[in-house]
Design a protein around this ligand. Sequence first.
Ligand SMILES: CC(C)(COP(=O)(O)OP(=O)(O)OC[C@H]1O[C@@H](n2cnc3c(N)ncnc32)[C@H](O)[C@@H]1OP(=O)(O)O)[C@@H](O)C(=O)NCCC(=O)NCCS
Length: 327
Amino acid sequence: MTDRPALSLHTGSRGSRVLGIGSFQPEKVVTNDDLSKVMDTNDEWIRTRVGIIERRFAEKDEELTDFAVAAGKAALADAGVDPSEVDTVILPNCTMRTLIPNAAAQVAARIGIPNPGAFDLNAACAGFCYGLGVASDLIRAGSAKKVLVIGAEKLTDSIDPTDRANAIIFADGAGAAVVGASDEPEIGPVSWGSAGDLVDLIYMRDEKFIYQEGQSVFRWATTQIAPIALSALEAAGLKPSDVDVLIPHQANLRIVEAIAKKLRANGARDDMVVADDIKYSGNTSSASIPLALDHMRKAGTVRSGDVVLAVGFGAGLSYAGQAFVSP
Ligand SMILES: CC(C)(COP(=O)(O)OP(=O)(O)OC[C@H]1O[C@@H](n2cnc3c(N)ncnc32)[C@H](O)[C@@H]1OP(=O)(O)O)[C@@H](O)C(=O)NCCC(=O)NCCS
């Protein structure tokens, strides 16, 4: 026995839920034909091998933090949550060029969120699912009441514009979710992990440009990610047939389709909606999942109450997935 005083703890909620979603993309549309003017590529190859038709690139004076502010505000408006109610901001990203200061605190201040806990989270393209998992657990533990998770990237800062392995894939944008308490759990447990032994498959070369071994990443993603998605479902007590909407990280349409095929082979429904936002948004890393969800809700392909299964994967290698109910 010790005579030290007992520590007190916050009291959380039984569950958490996504209250609202928002996104932002820069104006500038870049087509495959535009890219074929600066590198040896063509529209047909990109459409068939990657699935991208066009993507958005930032102008020089547009920053990751600008996109994050716009997406964060849109998510708060969608949720009907005032900035003053938010106590925590998590900003998954892997392309903030300055490590100090982080993006989260300044983005929160620009949105008008008063003095929140604010931190960046780098799990590359798995970042949004990591952030959503942390947000959900903070709320359930009582450490936070309302969390804003914003995946934001300016990947064009980190790409050699003439590198045809990367410049055709990556793009810029942001997507955000507001997370709050709920009596009934509406966000399932996160299933996450990493394969650090494969670190050399995607990295920044000379601290400047992203390099990746495309084929190896492709093989890894098409074989290793569906089981993560299935384990996230199992952790939430759901079956593949319960999934209304599948949102894999938008890395390559062929990877998305391979994951969907494996889920269907395990019982997912034929009418499960599968995100294909990569066609018009490219690969926006930690922004791709909330960006896709926002676009799908606006297009009416995802309805309030739908069961969404999200799974992110990328550099690290890192991966994470969870099931949640669409707001
Ligand atoms: C990067 C990726 C699109 C390259 O596709 P790939 O089919 O593996 O391409 P390869 O490098 O094997 O090249 C295949 C052929 O296409 C050609 N090619 C490669 N890139 C090309 C391009 N951008 N445009 C036109 N042709 C291209 C190659 O020269 C090669 O031609 P050959 O067969 O005549 O020699 C693909 O590997 C991929 O999407 N990988 C996953 C990447 C990913 O998702 N990363 C992010 C994870 S977050």
